[in-house]
Design a binder for this molecule. Structure first.
Ligand SMILES: [Zn+2]
Length: 421
């Protein structure tokens, strides 16, 4: 396949640039990037004139079966929402409802430019089934917690082991993490078990970490120690994906900058839940890798990573006055290459480079009414962050396969999925 005439977003050293280039894809991989590639006989050609061709977006923290919780949060805070709405409803979920709910999210992701998602949920075989059928790339898990009972906890551990052991080793599109829910919902014993599993299977840890102010005290109550010490005690030396990291103090930041970890910033969810704003400008200055996530739709409203980029770029100005803060280029990296790093896949995805997997999206920037917010297009990168939304994505390619072309789905039956809502 050949993508011609596009404006291609590339990373060069620390910089982000847009250049007129053609891209050849052979099987799963990007095989050639240069000017004026001649098409071969019978080669599929995508004309990307008046479009930006960029790496697929990587949503590094989501709960993709939670599409059905959209709009359930009004009038709650995080703890009352979890205890009174989410957990009671989750107790009634079925295999079928989780599969359907996941499919709705997959439709949302592919149509808004996400090519890879790092999920954090349960009913994971249903989630895996939906992911396999869709062709999207994903990191999945079976979330662990033991704040209810040891018996339930053991079942969850067994489900995770079963999920991992039954994986399709030929399917490189799906990888795994070990995911304790949070330090406030897991005992030391379970965190130790999580560590053991991560070492045994050589997998990263993916955990909620210091999302809200209440969590600080809860972790002290549960473990008799500060959150950062608990984290270091169980997960030092293991690659750890920390969702949120809103309530970090200077010492926490210092410790984290010396650990093998990264922080997933979920700005919309954090503000919606009244958890305040993570000072990611500071984290990044200290050398911590920060990527971007949407969280589930219950708290994050939707899975549109362009919306998350815009908010992430804007709100640092709400906490940093007259100071240097993250740029549009930083934000683009958070949603792509930083995301690839945090899930340990930066050698395969996250940028458009020869030899990498072809996870690519094509964004329409042509002069039409749909794009009026970005005209005149004086700065493409700024427009991608601040004036684009997922609906501007017209083509989504994962692992060299077109999942959506000119907003038409190739594989999924949209009407069937929509009818399940
Ligand atoms: Zn979450």
């Amino acid at each position: 396949m050949l993508i011609k005439n596009g404006k291609v977003l590339i990373f060069e050293n620390e910089d982000v640039k847009v250049e007129d280039l053609d891209i050849r894809i052979e099987d799963e991989n990007i095989s050639e990037i240069r000017n004026n590639i001649k098409e071969k006989e019978n080669e599929k050609v995508i004309d990307a004139k008046d479009c930006v061709v960029m790496p697929g977006l990587i949503n590094t923290h989501a709960h993709i079966a939670m599409s059905i919780f959209r709009g359930t949060f009004e009038g709650c805070n995080l703890y009352t929402w979890l205890h009174e709405k989410i957990w009671p409803i989750e107790a009634k979920l079925t295999d079928e409802s989780v599969y359907d709910a996941t499919m709705i999210s997959i439709l949302e992701m592919i149509s808004t430019g996400t090519t890879c998602v790092n999920d954090h949920y349960f009913f994971s075989k249903q989630i895996r089934k939906a992911i396999e059928e869709s062709g999207i790339r994903a990191v999945i898990t079976r979330v662990l917690m033991d704040s209810d009972s040891e018996e339930e906890s053991n079942k969850r551990i067994q489900e995770f082991i079963d999920l991992y052991e039954t994986r399709d080793k030929e399917n490189s599109l799906i990888t795994y993490t070990v995911s304790p829910h949070g330090l406030y919902t897991c005992s030391g014993k379970l965190l130790e078990k999580s560590r053991e599993l991560a070492v045994k299977y050589n997998l990263p840890i993916h955990v909620h970490f210091l999302e809200s102010i209440d969590e600080i005290e809860d972790i002290k109550q549960t473990h008799g120690e500060e959150a950062i010490n608990v984290l270091r005690k169980y997960f030092d030396g293991i690659h750890t994906i920390l969702a949120h990291g809103v309530k970090l103090n200077d010492r926490d930041i210092e410790v984290l900058s010396n650990m093998d970890c990264g922080i997933v910033h979920n700005p919309i969810s954090n503000m919606r839940l009244g958890c305040k704003i993570a000072d990611i400008t500071k984290y990044m200055k200290k050398g911590i890798n920060v990527s971007l996530g949407t969280d589930g739709q219950g708290s994050g409203n939707n899975l549109d990573m362009f919306e998350a980029m815009k908010i992430a770029g804007l709100i640092q100005g709400g906490i940093h006055e007259n100071e240097e803060k993250i740029s549009a280029k930083d934000v683009i990296k958070m949603a792509t290459i930083n995301g690839a790093k945090i899930i340990g896949m930066e050698d395969k995805i996250g940028s458009i480079e020869e030899g990498k997997k072809a996870d690519i999206i094509i964004v329409d920037i042509s002069k039409n009414l749909n794009n009026i917010k970005m005209l005149p297009n004086n700065d493409i990168i700024s427009n991608l962050v601040y004036n684009t939304d997922g609906r501007n994505v017209n083509t989504t390619i994962v692992n060299g396969k077109i999942l959506m072309e000119n907003r038409k789905f190739k594989k999924l039956e949209i009407e069937k999925i929509l009818s399940k809502i």
